[in-house]
Write a protein that binds this ligand. Structure first.
Ligand SMILES: [Zn+2]
Ligand SMILES: [Zn+2]
Length: 217
């Protein structure tokens, strides 16, 4: 990718002058430094805050999303309600949820504005005002990818999720002949549930969906 080719990088560095960019050996980029932002949500306070961050952008971005770590230890597991992955990176949401959020314009700025800033806002708001995490559009309930997918698809349990993710990894024509995982008793092709899967098929190729969903099903 290199620093020249990453869409939205120049704008990012202008908006966040405390951050600097470092190329990685594998072709990706690391953005690191003081990330100062100002944000609000409907009905919430305007908040300005600073976190020291390390954002690793894979060479395959936007097919694979950046991983973000907060490096001052301000965001503990307790404050984040468990929305941290085991490597310490922030759990901004599952791959499918983030894909859906930035799908209209998959570049660095859209990722920062729609996925990262709302997460940091929710954390800062909780530290200042107490209460729960106001994730807004980023809201993804319990930490963890499978729980997020169950909510995202409106399913009842993990078995139905496993069936849904399996169908998502198949071509539309083949998937439509299989039983629908929503519990309606019909074939997928006959049920409105297929529209949810088809929406995701428009956002990413089947190979991506397969790679980003099957291990969690
Ligand atoms: Zn999370
Ligand atoms: Zn159905």
């Amino acid at each position: 990718m290199g620093t020249k080719k990453l869409k939205g990088l120049e704008e990012f560095l202008e908006n966040y002058p405390g951050m600097s960019v470092m190329p990685l050996i594998d072709g990706g980029l690391c953005l690191r430094g003081k990330f100062k932002f100002r944000a609000t949500v409907p009905g919430g306070d305007e908040i300005e805050d600073i976190y020291r961050l390390e954002i690793v952008i894979p060479v395959s971005f936007p097919n694979d999303l950046p991983s973000v770590k907060e490096t001052d230890g301000k965001i503990t597991d307790e404050i984040a309600n468990g929305h941290l992955f085991s490597d310490g990176s922030l759990c901004l949401g599952s791959p499918l949820r983030l894909l859906k959020l930035i799908n209209d314009n998959p570049n660095l700025n859209n990722f920062v504005n729609k996925c990262l800033v709302p997460y940091l806002y929710a954390i800062s708001n909780k530290i200042r005002n107490g209460g729960g995490l106001l994730f807004g559009e980023l809201d993804h309930g319990n930490p963890g990818i499978t729980d997020d997918y169950i909510r995202l698809f409106g399913l009842k349990d993990h078995l139905r999720l496993a069936q849904t993710l399996q169908l998502l990894g198949l071509k539309k024509r083949i998937a439509n002949k299989k039983p629908c995982p929503c519990g309606c008793g019909q074939r997928l092709g006959k049920c409105g549930f297929k529209n949810i899967l088809n929406d995701f098929r428009k956002m990413a190729p089947v190979s991506w969906l397969k790679a980003h969903t099957l291990p969690f099903g």
